[in-house]
Design a protein around this ligand. Structure first.
Ligand SMILES: Nc1ncnc2c1ncn2[C@@H]1O[C@H](COP(=O)(O)OP(=O)(O)OP(=O)(O)O)[C@@H](O)[C@H]1O
Ligand SMILES: [Mg+2]
Length: 446
């Protein structure tokens, strides 16, 4: 980088005493030209095309300064803001909570951590923020190891599930408090708060106290307090969990839109499947202090690496049937016969396996045909846009050995007139079937 135009000189003047000086000057000049060009020409909020390192230009004027006007903001936004979590461990006394978690998060990515309660999601966020010590491994923010950097110097803003606004301060004061502590000038504070308030639709409420706001407005103030700081990384720990369903949907869209505008690296924890699937660039599935799989939402949905991920991602969950191949069908422990593709039969070679199929991958058929299965209706749940039907293999009891799910769940686009106790015929889409090794739970590819 920076050796612009040197080639012509280098060949002829290998013995030139000024070569080092020439090289150095051209290096410096090269950098200067490239920096100047990028400042003038690169589109706002995007990475200069000549850099693949994730360095980005400042965003919109969301933080109180127009791009190219406030040098301080410009410089700040040039910092690398990727996040590297390498083999991170956490022990509380004798209890191991995280057993070596590694996640690479690129600059500007929106990463969502999911996993059962107690698997270590909040612990990991707190360690990134510096609120908990790191027992082993490394956390890097923009290539800098921050294990021993105090929270205030990590340039991170965290929004907790149970955020607490200062009740005696107005919205404006709540949002500006951290900037005051950082001794940011009054005009800068005012510009940043006003811009953030306009992003979040809080302009009308700046002089109100938290008790005069609705739950959703308070939630937005909590986010506003994080946004005004223009951090390198946002950490959100279930920020929407105490909102009602409608507000959650609205806030979900707002957060997504906000991220599209600010493009700040974000790590977000949720238990909500829809939030995870719709908001994330990348989902990290955690289980018992370890990472089970990392990938784009639809990759995880379509290609779960193992039974745990398959059962965790998707709602209603994937159906599982334990059994074995006989001829060209998969036979569950209680005799339920499910169709398989030729490739699947070959891949299983008669070994014990778990047959997985998502609820939406059953087709409702009107009569018994090849490749369809007769099932007894247990419950019909009309949802309006679709119908969820719980079914059972005829002659089996709930909790039979057929699968981890016992009864099967089907989701149909059409309405279902049949009633509990009646038989319906469904055709599993064989090319959408997942197979897992019965012992290890690992996906069997075919
Ligand atoms: N200070 C502590 N001392 C001892 N154990 C702790 C401490 N904090 C957390 N733990 C344990 O660490 C494990 C992980 O907790 P953490 O809060 O990270 O889970 P989580 O994945 O965020 O769960 P949830 O989804 O319920 O919020 C839990 O088993 C918890 O009991
Ligand atoms: Mg938690």
């Amino acid at each position: 980088m920076g050796r612009i135009g040197l080639e012509g000189c280098e060949g002829k003047s290998s013995s030139c005493p000024r070569e080092e000086f020439c090289r150095w000057s051209l290096d410096v000049a090269g950098w200067a030209v490239l920096l100047a060009l990028s400042a003038r020409q690169a589109p706002v909020g995007s990475s200069p095309p000549w850099l693949s390192t994730g360095i980005r230009l400042p965003d919109t004027d969301a933080h109180g300064g127009k791009p190219n006007q406030r040098i301080g903001w410009r410089w700040k936004s040039w910092k690398m803001a990727g996040l590297e979590i390498s083999n991170v461990k956490k022990t509380y006394g004798a209890v191991d909570v995280l057993h070596g978690v590694s996640i690479d998060i690129e600059d500007g990515e929106f990463v969502i951590l999911v996993g059962p309660s107690g698997c270590g999601k909040s612990t990991l966020l707190r360690m990134i923020a510096g609120l908990d010590d790191i027992s082993g491994g490394e956390v890097r923010i923009g290539r800098r190891v921050v294990n021993d950097v105090p929270p205030a110097d990590r340039d991170i803003a965290m929004v907790f599930q149970n955020y607490a606004l200062y009740p005696h301060m107005t919205v404006h004061q709540n949002m500006s408090y951290s900037l005051k502590l950082q001794k940011v000038s009054k005009s800068e504070i005012s510009a940043r708060v006003n811009n953030t308030a306009s992003i979040l639709g809080l302009e009308k409420y700046l002089e109100r106290f938290p008790r005069q706001l609705s739950g959703g407005q308070r939630q937005r103030v909590a986010m506003g307090r994080a946004i005004v700081r223009n951090p390198q990384v946002f950490l959100f720990d279930e920020p929407l969990s105490n909102l009602d369903a409608k507000l959650r949907v609205a806030m979900r869209a707002e957060i997504k839109e906000l991220h599209q505008r600010l493009k700040t690296t974000t790590v977000y924890v949720t238990h909500d499947q829809v939030e995870a699937m719709t908001m994330a660039d990348k989902i990290v599935v955690m289980h018992d202090g370890m990472v089970e799989q990392i990938g784009a939402p639809l990759d995880l949905y379509d290609h779960p690496n193992n039974l745990f991920v398959a059962s965790f991602i998707g709602s209603p969950s994937m159906n599982f049937i334990r059994g074995k191949v006989h001829g060209d069908t998969f036979v569950g422990a209680s005799g339920l016969r499910m169709p398989l593709s030729k490739h699947a039969v070959r891949a299983l070679k008669g070994r014990k396996a778990v047959y997985g199929i998502r609820p939406e991958h059953f087709r409702l058929v009107t009569r018994e045909t090849t490749g369809c299965v007769a099932l007894e209706i247990v419950v019909v749940e009309p949802m309006g846009a679709e119908t969820q039907v719980v079914v059972r293999a005829p002659g089996t009891k709930p909790g039979s050995e057929d699968g981890a799910n016992k009864d099967l769940v089907c989701v149909f686009r059409e309405r279902v007139a049949a009633r509990p106790g009646e038989t319906i015929y469904v055709a599993p889409e064989v090319d959408k079937v997942h197979l897992f090794d019965a012992e290890s739970g690992i996906r069997v590819d075919f």
